[in-house]
Design a protein around this ligand. Sequence first.
Ligand code: JFZ
Length: 452
Amino acid sequence: MQKYAISISILFVALSLQIKPLSAQTESPLSLDPAKVEWFKEAKFGMFIHWGLYSILEGSYNGRTLPDTTLKNGRSWYAEWIHTRLEIPVKEYQGLAKKFNPVHFDAEAWIKEAKNAGMRYFVITSKHHDGFALWNSKVSDYDIMNTPYKKDILAQLVNACKKHGLKYGFYYSHWQDWEHPCGAWPVWMPPVRSEEQFERYWQEKCLPQVKELLVEFDPDLLWFDTWFEEHHINPKRRDELIALVRQNSSKCLINGRISFSDPGENIDFLEMHDNSYPKEILDKPWQTPATMTHSWGWHAKDYNWKSSSRMIGYLMNNASKGGNYLLNIGPKPDGTFPAPAIQRLREIGAWLYTNGEALYGTKPVKIDVEEGVYLTQKEEKEETYLYITLTEPLKELELKLGNNTIKSCSLLGIGMDIPYSNKGKSVIIKIPERVFSGCSIPVIKIILSRNT
Ligand code: JFZ
């Protein structure tokens, strides 16, 4: 009997030893259960918003327009940087709060526009580098309550997201803050803060505001922002911020830009550089933050609008590499989206109306193809659906499908059969010219029977 008990306890110890590494992974106070990032991986497409006091200036100030190369630091299109780039005196810039009155802002109209475009999540600048808070912040008076508008922007958007079933999150500039007397400025723009000074900002504004966002709005993600000069955001502060998020939320995802040079092991997804699109499949969840023009914030003279076809190409490139596309809008100071932005959102939404099957619920495919061809797939019972998004006109496409047999090959939505022939372990797809005259980005759907 005793022997039996001993062997049971040995078995128990062995089992607990075996289990330990797994449970240790989820029990770390800094890490989130990996299952909680599933919605993000499935979402594929999100809306980013850059909106704040800078939107009032529309990229120009005092006769100058960004980029202005006659000024030392004026070489940038980013309208949300206008305070620093066009050297606007602090008092004058902060005085813009008295002019912020977006009388046409309609949270539901924005969220409906996002939803119709096929977007599944929504991220807005709760506080950008200028330090201005778009919500009713008890931590700082530099917020929406001190404008003529006086209504909490985030609260309205969160309600609209809940109503229409979108996940939501906030961009929060935790490092740069040009309003707090101890917040960071870019290294090329003194004052440089001492460690003690920055710590004061950190304790007085950053941590309490992030906590406020978590407690008030229960976000699905937080989008932090640094770049390579992030000298105040050391691993200690990074982990302190992560711990704050974990303590106050069991679901909130954290992006890799919380620390550009050293995000550590406890972030939930990677953030690519602005407008950068990987060519390889990445295993960790990730996204590209992207603009429709050069600027993030509204810039009336930034005429560099990308076409919707180009943006659909980025969306499908990312899906084919396992990542998301977070597409930015810079709303106008009156609270409306610029017309060219709405046009593009609707064009992308229209494309997804027919071709969304090639995006949602899909995974990347490990088959090499030429540039401009994007493969995604999903498994259905005994079949695999393979989707081929073609962003460039092509006469012929060779795919190494191995031993799988093709049951059908047709044009998604339209249903027209597409001819193909077998060549060893490859299949050659012959694409009729009219496929491209009818649609600038056609998708071919192949149904394969899985040979087990
Ligand atoms: C940052 C912000 O400065 C910008 O205003 C915008 O909010 C964007 C989404 O994020 O811009 C960056 C951040 C990092 C790099 C470049 C621009 N980087 O690492 O090269």
